[in-house]
Design a protein around this ligand. Structure first.
Ligand code: SF4
Length: 296
């Protein structure tokens, strides 16, 4: 059996695009851990990993794999750590892996707000190139219903700070998160916040219910009206119609997505809309993933 010198505290999550990265747990769980739809870290109590342990792991991995080029800091929101602590970790990564070209992590908008632009610039200079932010929605009412602890204004403020520091942004929106009652405002205001932020990357996942829909209904702070596939696709369509992005790589190609969209906005906007309209009108023939076609 291959020896790997990191003992992960599972469950462990990373974005699909970090499949080739060294995953380094610098915190455990999520310091917020209250979003209605999220079960990722409900089994963990948030805590920071001991600094000595992190440094020991970095140096142990470097002995085996000094050629590591990408590192992803886990778990849910390591940006809650102090800048001083993050800088120490980034310096150790740089020293141990001379070829490293990108360190990335998850963050909440409020974690970014709590740091100054100067601090964020220091982190960027130390190697933090990309932050993934699950904003879920740009609509204040929906954000409140899902207990996200964030707002449209806070999301824009936090992400624009990171952008001003030169950190790239990958933003995730959640299709169907507000249910049928809030679908239109969710679509329009999520597009509005992205238009303000102009992230380098944007993706859409579809709300799923790992512990069943009843649990989500209980946690949603209003009546949650589930959406069928055409309604989810129409929400996507409304969202994309309202997007005014200048240069964003856009993807909806996660396992949860009913239709795969992958391209650059604004270049592929018409193509995306054609695909979505065609799928809404002819779901059995229009590019829905085979597993979803069977369910129609
Ligand atoms: S902030 Fe992210 S990781 Fe934390 S509970 Fe919400 S969705 Fe889950």
């Amino acid at each position: 059996m291959n020896y790997f010198p990191i003992q992960y505290d599972e469950p462990l999550f990373r974005p699909p695009s970090e499949a080739d990265s060294l995953i380094l747990q610098v915190t455990f769980g999520c310091s917020w851990n209250k979003c209605s739809f999220c079960e990722m870290y409900t089994s963990k109590t948030f805590r920071a990993k001991e600094e000595e342990e992190i440094l020991r792991e970095i140096n142990a991995v470097a002995k085996l794999r000094p050629d590591i080029r990408k590192v992803f800091l886990a778990d849910g929101n390591p940006m809650v750590l102090s800048t001083k602590r993050l800088l120490k970790i980034l310096a150790a990564i740089k020293l141990a892996f001379p070829k490293v070209r990108s360190v990335s992590t998850y963050s909440l908008p409020s974690n970014l707000i709590s740091k100054s632009v100067e601090e964020l610039k220091e982190l960027k200079e130390a190697g933090l190139k990309l932050v993934y932010v699950g904003i879920e929605s740009g609509d204040d009412e929906v954000l409140n219903m899902i207990n996200k602890g964030e707002t449209f204004a806070g999301t824009a403020e936090g992400l624009l700070k990171a952008k001003a520091a030169g950190i790239k942004l990958s933003v995730i929106v959640l299709n169907g998160v507000g249910g049928l009652t809030f679908t239109s405002q969710h679509a329009v205001n999520s597009a509005r916040v992205l238009n303000l932020i102009q992230p380098e990357f944007a993706s859409v996942l579809v709300l799923s219910f790992p512990f069943g829909i009843d649990r989500y209904k209980q946690k949603f702070r209003a009546q949650y009206i589930p959406m069928n596939i055409p309604e989810l696709l129409k929400e996507m369509e409304e969202f994309i119609v309202h997007l005014e992005l200048q240069s964003t790589i856009f993807r909806s190609n996660h396992a949860s997505n009913y239709i795969v969209l992958s391209g650059i906005l604004p270049r592929d906007k018409s193509l995306f809309l054609e695909k979505l309209q065609s799928a809404v009108n002819n779901p059995k023939t229009a590019g829905l993933r085979a597993e979803w076609q069977r369910g129609l």
